[in-house]
Design a protein around this ligand. Structure first.
Ligand code: PRP
Length: 178
């Protein structure tokens, strides 16, 4: 699997530092609030796990399974495959995802929680790919920015593989031509 990677964009050490920094900021910002952290599966899994351990205040956790990509391209249609188990009325919701690209996923899920009368809805991503944006949404908490390249690892996939890499990398071109 590692042989398919052309270059490393964000190392595991950098990711650990990002989780510590974001966890500290989130703990400060949400102190005394009714925080529910909602991860968007499958991509959020490693980030959610590492970030949550850095949050030092009372917080509940839940997951929603959302999907929109086929291969390298966004289909533009966000499908909710599994919903959360909590009601979010009057809760302070923080949506956690691996990446914001077009912004369609976060825009749709944020609007859904607002419609369900959450007290507040903010978003947190490990990676921001601003050049991919087709919506006006930006994440409230961002780990780091990546260029307009297709990235994999640490939750991010190509055809459901590479999520188990411990870092963020770029695939060799020949992998897409297989
Ligand atoms: C990926 C990623 C984000 C979304 C970001 O999910 O995990 O949820 O795309 O892209 P966007 O900003 O263009 O909407 P995907 O639909 O591939 O599902 P997955 O998490 O199961 O990989």
């Amino acid at each position: 699997m590692e042989n398919d990677i052309k270059k490393v964009l964000v190392s595991n050490e950098e990711i650990n530092d990002i989780c510590k920094k974001l966890g500290k900021q989130i703990s400060k910002d949400y102190e005394g609030k009714d925080l529910v952290i909602v991860g968007l599966l499958k991509g959020c899994l490693p980030f959610m796990s590492d970030l949550f351990k850095e949050v030092t205040i009372y917080a509940k956790i839940d997951y929603m399974r959302v999907s929109s990509y086929a291969g390298k391209e966004s289909t533009g249609k966000i499908k909710i495959l599994n919903d959360i188990s909590f009601g979010v009325t009057d809760k302070d919701v923080l949506i956690v995802d691996d990446i914001i690209d077009t912004g369609l996923t976060l825009e749709k899920i944020k609007n859904l929680f607002l419609a369900r009368k959450a007290k507040s809805v903010k978003t947190c991503v490990l990676l921001d790919k601003p050049e991919g944006r087709t919506t006006s949404i930006n994440a409230d908490y961002v780990g780091t920015t990546v260029p307009k390249e297709f990235v994999v690892g640490y939750g991010l996939d190509y055809n459901d593989y590479y999520r188990n890499l411990s870092y963020i990398g770029v695939l060799k071109e020949e992998v897409y031509q297989k």
